[in-house]
Structure formats: C-alpha cells, structure tokens
Design a protein around this ligand. Structure first.
Ligand SMILES: NC(=O)C1=CN([C@@H]2O[C@H](COP(=O)(O)OP(=O)(O)OC[C@H]3O[C@@H](n4cnc5c(N)ncnc54)[C@H](OP(=O)(O)O)[C@@H]3O)[C@@H](O)[C@H]2O)C=CC1
Ligand SMILES: CC(C)(CO)C(=O)C(=O)O
Length: 295
C-alpha cells in the first residue's frame, strides 16, 4: 500500500517560505506556495547548488484543496493581508506554523479566530529573496518549536537531511534569545545599508553590546531565562557564526524599499523595558531611526 504525500501550504514565497518549501519538497511532500506576487518557476540557490523544486504556485485560495500543514512565512506586518489564505486553508485540523521573528507569534494570528492549532516557530537561517520566486540561502537552517504534540510532529516533517528542529520546553526564552540576535543585527544592518561585515567596526560592536545588554535586562524582567553572558554570546555569534556577506531580513527590506519589521522586533522590546521600568535608550534610538526611514 502506498501512503499519500503530506500536503503543505506555505503562505509567502519569500526567503523563509522558499527555504522551507525546498526543504519540504526534498522530504517528499506536496508543497503549494501561496503567493501575492506571481512568478513562473521557483528557484533556490543553496550552498550545494541551484534547484528548481517542482512545487505548485497558487495565487487564489480557491485553487487549493485540503492541506495537512499550513506554514505562515510572511513578515509580521503582512499577516492581516494574508488572512484570506489562512481563512481558506484553516480546516480545524492542519496545524498553522507561524515562522516569524519577534515574540508575538500567537498574537500575530489571534485576530482571525483560526480553528486549527497554532504552532509558534523560530528559525535561524540567512536567506534572501532576490526576485519573485528566486531565493538565495546563505546558511544551513535550524528551527525551534514548543515540545508539545504538534511541535513534535513538525520536528519529524523534514527528515534527517532537512533543517534541524529542536523542541523546547521554554519557547518564551528561546523567542527572546532569537529576538536578541535580531535586535543586534537587523536595525544596524538596515540603518547602515551594510551586510554583517559591519560588525568588523569596533564602534558597531560596542553599540550592539549596549543594545543587547538593555534587551537582556528587559527579557529577564519579562520572564525569559537568559544567561549572565547572553549579550556577549549573541554578539559573538553575530560576528563569528554568520557569513560576513550575508545580511538580515530588515536590510533586504530596506534595500528593496519595502516596509521593515521594526514594530514587531524593536517595539516589543522597548514596550517590555518600559513596562518593567528598565532603561533602554539605545533600543529607543534605533526604533526612532527605523521609524524615520520611509520605505
Ligand atoms: N530572511 C531571513 O534570513 C530570516 C527571516 N526571518 C523572519 O521570517 C519571516 C519572513 O521573513 P522573510 O522570508 O525574510 O520575508 P520576505 O519578505 O523575504 O518574504 C515574505 C513573503 O511574504 C509574501 N506575502 C506578503 N503578504 C502576502 C499575502 N497577503 N499573501 C501571500 N504572500 C504574501 C511576500 O510577497 P511579495 O513577494 O509580494 O512581497 C513575500 O514573498 C519574518 O518574520 C522574518 O523576520 C527569520 C529568520 C531569518
Ligand atoms: C539575523 C538572522 C539572519 C538570523 O536568522 C535573521 O533572523 C534575520 O535576518 O531576520
């Protein structure tokens, strides 16, 4: 008896949607990319070479039948625009995996009264959408999901050759930890229009450390179990672990003239700091500068 393919709908054909589409296709699943800007072929450049995974590209939610998984990979501010996909695909059974930066994964979809289980997910990867349907993946992928029923099922989805998926008992802490990486790297690269080589500058590392030190204090006050040397270790990872010629999602948006995600990355940190009475002048400054950039 042959079993049928797992049907996965990926909402958003950008960097993360592209990386996960390719990984799900590699694992033998039937993938449909739900897109806003149409294109003919999906192409991904990965460290091992260029691929054109044979996936379906849909522009109308009515084209899609029943699915087993829904992966939401738009920017946080674009979720309301993607609601038509969520509403059409939500069958009460398929988990809705929210793969986004920030600490608002559940809030991001809360307004839509979805019937299916919502699974928040964190992703570490350097990836860049260079044109509609064309994604460049600069680094390997690792993900973190809650150690609960659907998180465990998600961690089995890609198989041994796919992204590493770690289960966590403390998603809030892991989300804050990921937020730290984004607070250090995203606004500085976007504001300077430079890739991660910008961290070669002593003054930039000093600024990033100040940003991180404030954010660690706010995260701890907010209940995240962050380590004493968390600010230093996140900064070291930005400097040493990511390729210097890779950028950040916020930089790519700035370069392409698109809205940036600062209201969902910096603003929640500043709000948490304010709520807990923690000074956050460096993060406030970055937020003010990001708000002043007009796409
Ligand atoms: N890029 C990276 O390296 C990383 C990104 N992240 C996070 O992942 C999330 C996704 O980011 P990323 O992939 O970079 O973003 P991209 O901008 O590359 O992709 C987002 C995609 O969503 C699509 N989209 C927006 N609105 C709709 C809609 N109404 N219907 C269908 N599609 C829509 C966009 O379409 P269109 O083509 O029309 O613009 C775009 O293709 C963000 O939260 C980001 O912070 C996390 C880790 C790394
Ligand atoms: C910094 C990075 C690449 C880490 O995954 C990221 O999350 C982003 O570009 O938004």
């Amino acid at each position: 008896m042959t079993s049928r393919q797992t049907r996965i709908a990926v909402i958003g054909a950008g960097a993360i949607g592209g990386v996960l589409t390719a990984a799900a296709h590699d694992a033998g699943h039937a993938v449909t990319l739900c897109v806003r800007t149409p294109f003919d072929h999906f192409v991904i450049d990965r460290p091992g070479g260029t691929d054109e995974p044979a996936v379906r590209v849909a522009t109308d939610p009515r084209e899609i039948g029943e699915v087993d998984w829904i992966l939401l990979t738009t920017k946080v501010q674009d979720v309301p625009g993607a609601a038509r996909w969520l509403r059409a695909l939500d069958n009460g059974r398929a988990p809705i995996v929210v793969v986004q930066n920030g600490i608002e994964h559940d809030e991001s979809v809360a307004a839509f009264d979805l019937r299916g289980p919502v699974v928040p997910a964190l992703i570490y990867v350097g990836a860049e959408r260079v044109s509609p349907g064309h994604v460049v993946q600069h680094t390997p992928t690792s993900m973190i999901v809650p150690a609960a029923e659907h998180g465990t099922a998600f961690s089995d989805l890609f198989g041994p050759d796919g992204p590493t998926v770690r289960l966590t008992e403390n998603f809030r802490t892991d989300a804050w930890r990921k937020l730290l990486t984004n607070l250090a790297a995203n606004p500085i690269t976007a504001l300077t229009s430079r890739r991660l080589e910008v961290f070669d500058e002593d003054s930039i590392r000093e600024l990033a450390l100040a940003v991180l030190t404030e954010a660690v204090a706010a995260g701890r006050a907010d209940g995240a179990e962050l380590d004493d040397d968390e600010a230093e270790s996140v900064l070291a990872a930005c400097v040493e672990q990511f390729p210097r010629d890779a950028g950040t999602s916020m930089l790519y948006d700035r370069l392409a003239g698109r809205p940036t995600e600062h209201e969902h990355i910096i603003a929640p940190m500043v709000a948490a700091a304010e709520h807990h009475g923690i000074p956050a002048p460096h993060n406030r400054t970055l937020l003010a500068l990001m708000r002043a950039l007009r796409p």
